[in-house]
Design a protein around this ligand. Structure first.
Ligand code: PMT
Length: 336
């Protein structure tokens, strides 16, 4: 890493050179086997499958990691959306940052709705515990949906921590999902680090303080959407997300991503408005090849009114819209 004066200069990694030089996570093989088995089962059942990525990736600064860079994402978008996909009958591969929110259990997160607060001790001697009456209807709804998903084997959960875990896992999962053809949907809501420290530049031990300042030069993470669209999953319906803090950049950045990668939809969201407003940006139906930069794009805004309906979750409508678009994609038989 660039804390040493003679550290090598930054390198531009393509996806290919990234995977040729960075080591796979130790669980990759077993995770891939689980995905293969899950996908095969869904193919036999004739189910549509969605990969939902969720939460933020870390960038470790040391090999014996003490410090790392992280980002704000709690995994709300991904966990909530996964539930709506399951409700719509999709099988879900939920690839999430370890300890970020998960479908169903998210309703009882330790900070917003701690489960110990709605339990009462009825009789300590016989260990009888009861759920407070006011909490029962919601718990019953969540529990019933969770049990049904488990019974039907419709949810596969995978975890990542670092950006390296994420990239290897995303490649493996999307390659396994290739057999689904157009029935595969990719919902890439994870917040992926843009910069990383290649293993070859990392300090082995904890970086020592005392020099007054720390200079770290990171390399850019390869844009993985490119091989995802062009090589790993040639027929899947791919939805990426774009987060900005300046709302005026949302549509131009989303168009840029579509022109660059040639996929189907970018969902743009502003950091502070993302719970009640998003924009769908996509190529205009019938316009020329996805590779053309000057192709026509269209956008449609989705807004909900949380003052009128505080229980409403915008993911309900995001997923609803995407279900229709995915179905049209399947029917159209268009290839990229
Ligand atoms: O989890 P929450 O707290 O609910 O927050 C949800 C969210 C705001 C994080 C989510 O809705 C969101 O916007 N996620 C994407 C954040 C983002 O802008 O990521 P990005 O600019 O790094 O990447 C844009 C797209 O390119 C993403 O779909 C990503 O999958 C993809 N990408 C990113 C990096 C990389 N090296 N290769 C990629 O292909």
């Amino acid at each position: 890493m660039a804390t040493d004066a003679d550290a090598s200069s930054p390198q531009v990694f393509s996806a290919e050179s990234y995977f040729a030089t960075q080591p796979p996570p130790p669980t990759l093989e077993s995770d891939t086997a689980r995905v293969r088995e899950f996908v095969q089962r869904q193919v036999h059942a004739g189910s549509k499958v969605v990969l939902v990525t969720s939460g933020g990736t870390t960038v470790p600064l040391e090999l014996n990691v003490v410090r790392f860079l992280d980002n704000f994402s709690a995994g709300t978008r991904g966990a909530t959306s996964a539930e709506y996909f399951l409700k719509a009958g999709y099988a879900v591969i939920f690839m999430h940052r370890q300890f970020s929110l998960q479908p169903f259990s998210r309703h009882y997160s330790h900070s917003t709705h701690p489960f110990l607060d709605f339990l009462d001790i009825e009789d300590a001697s016989s260990a009888e515990i009861a759920v407070r009456p006011g909490e029962r209807p919601q718990l019953l709804r969540v529990l019933a949906a969770y049990k049904e998903v488990q019974r039907a084997g419709k949810l596969l959960t995978l975890t990542f921590v670092t950006v390296n875990d994420y990239l290897w896992l995303l490649r493996a999962v999307s390659q396994e999902m290739g057999v689904l053809g157009r029935s595969g949907l990719y919902y890439l809501a994870a917040a992926v680090s843009d910069f990383f420290l290649p293993r070859q530049k990392m300090s082995e031990h904890k970086i020592q303080s005392g020099k007054g300042s720390l200079h770290i030069e990171m390399d850019q993470v390869p844009k993985i959407l490119k091989p995802l669209v062009a090589e790993w999953t040639r027929e899947g319906f791919i939805v990426s997300f774009k987060l900005e803090t300046d709302e005026r950049l949302l549509v131009p950045k989303a168009r840029q991503a579509l022109a660059r990668y040639g996929h189907q939809v970018v969902v743009g969201n502003d950091l502070h408005r993302r719970k009640f407003e998003v924009v769908f940006v996509s190529p205009k139906p019938g316009s020329a090849s996805r590779d053309e930069v000057d192709r026509d794009y269209e956008e449609s805004w989705l807004r909900i009114d949380l003052e009128k309906d505080p229980q409403k979750e915008i993911e309900d409508d995001i997923v609803g819209e995407l279900l229709q678009r995915h179905e049209r994609w399947i029917q159209s038989g268009v290839t990229r």
